[in-house]
Design a protein around this ligand. Structure first.
Ligand code: ZN
Ligand code: ZN
Length: 416
């Protein structure tokens, strides 16, 4: 069996950009290594979910790893919680949260409590020490980046059909969570969420760290606003699937949401030194980790580069091109250090994020598939335009993973 290396430029695919004379960032980037790989690969298009469906990075990553997102998407809350290292069991409900600043009437003054919040971990610890259980349901907070947290509710009959307490705007009062369906468990869970929200305010408003923050002229982190409740479902890990043959999987990413998806499906996850998920990340450190993992016997290695998507959301076409230049070095580093007769390499995007749209769209993305056992297209380039002529044609959802895994001898036969 061959090893599979999957490299993704998040949101890398684009549409013709007017400031580039109708070309795409991928077309104008300098990418000698990618072109070198393209010349021995097959190209094509991939619809992460289906034509015209606008994917989130979470749903598209499920598809990328061979899971139908309509069946296996647990929602943003559980994925964020997994991304920050929460222990989640099927049936748990997880929410995303923000430390925020409210006034005495519980009107939101700053949804992010200043955003930079070095006190995050200590405040989370304090909340966990003082809340524990509410109405028989275990409540656990997890610290995330800046002002962010995740909250996990564990108990019989907790429900995810509840609304947010985060009003999503400054100047509005903290909302009361409500049941979104006519169901006793949802009513009970909404009540628990309201109690948690008030408890965080009572515990945080006079906390010494907040008194210090106010003295320094900073907004106090005096409440946790909650949103995006989702229920953890049972999802077989890659290693448990009956259709695939794979044992050691490693994902290299700096993005909490993606790390959550990766953990969910059975990857070991690492964030190398200096990798940030931004446009100035230490890109090469990811390539180094990928090669180490290859040598250490991992048989499915995933490399995630987020900067392309971050630049596109900012509408910064030059930054997006720069990140693709870096991605090219990542590809070159890996190509030159693995035995090309032992690997299948896939290079693609998890969705299109056009710099002129500044958000994800439902366009198909270009795919490059290298396999030592496959007929190459003999094309020495890789971009949205040329991929339309490739021999892979147009793949949808899990078909990309199956195609790559089949080349690697890692798909079990369907039937006898
Ligand atoms: Zn994405
Ligand atoms: Zn995005």
């Amino acid at each position: 069996m061959l090893k599979v290396i999957l490299i993704v430029g998040d949101g890398m695919a684009d549409r013709p950009v007017s400031s580039l004379g109708g070309k795409t960032p991928l077309e104008v980037a300098s990418k000698d290594n990618i072109c070198r790989l393209a010349s021995i690969s097959s190209l094509g298009l991939w619809d992460p979910i289906a034509p015209g469906v606008r994917p989130g990075s979470d749903t598209s990553h499920l598809a990328l790893f061979g899971y139908d997102p309509y069946r296996f998407y647990p929602g943003r809350g559980p994925l964020e919680a997994l991304g920050v290292g929460a222990d989640l069991r099927p049936g748990d409900v997880a929410l995303r949260g923000n430390f925020a600043t409210v006034n005495d009437e519980l009107v939101v003054v700053d949804r992010r409590a200043g955003r930079a919040l070095p006190e995050n971990q200590e405040l989370v610890k304090y909340l966990n020490e003082n809340i524990g259980y509410i109405d028989g349901v275990e409540v656990k907070f997890y610290s995330a980046t800046e002002h962010r947290v995740a909250v996990v509710l564990r108990g019989t009959s907790v429900s995810a059909d509840v609304s947010d307490t985060d009003p999503h705007e400054v100047g509005s009062k903290v909302l009361r969570s409500k049941a979104l369906v006519n169901d006793e468990n949802a009513v009970k869970t909404a009540e628990i969420i309201n109690k948690i929200t008030l408890r965080t305010y009572e515990l945080l408003r006079n906390h010494p760290l907040n008194i210090e923050r106010v003295k320094k002229g900073l907004p106090p982190a005096n409440i946790v606003l909650l949103r995006g409740a989702g229920k953890m479902i049972y999802i077989p890990k890659l290693q448990e699937r009956e259709d695939l043959i794979v044992s050691k999987c490693l994902a290299i990413s700096a993005t909490a949401l993606i790390k959550g998806v990766c953990r969910l499906v059975g990857f070991d996850v690492i964030t190398p030194e200096g990798a940030t998920g931004g446009v100035n990340s230490n890109f090469l450190s990811k390539a180094e980790e990928a090669v180490k993992a290859y040598k250490a016997g991992y048989d499915f290695i995933y490399v995630h580069i987020k900067g392309t998507d971050a630049a596109a959301h900012d509408g910064d076409v030059n930054a997006k091109v720069r990140v693709i230049n870096e991605l090219d070095r990542v590809v070159g580093y890996i190509m030159d250090r693995v035995d090309l007769s032992e690997v299948v390499i896939v290079l693609t995007a998890d969705h299109t994020t056009p710099v002129e749209v500044r958000d994800h769209t439902g366009d198909p993305v270009p795919v490059l598939l290298y396999s030592p056992t496959m007929f190459a297209d003999g094309v020495k380039d890789f971009n949205e335009r040329i991929a339309r002529k490739g021999s892979l044609g147009r793949l949808r959802c899990s078909e990309l993973l199956y195609t790559a895994f089949d080349q690697a001898g890692r798909v079990r036969k369907f039937g006898s």
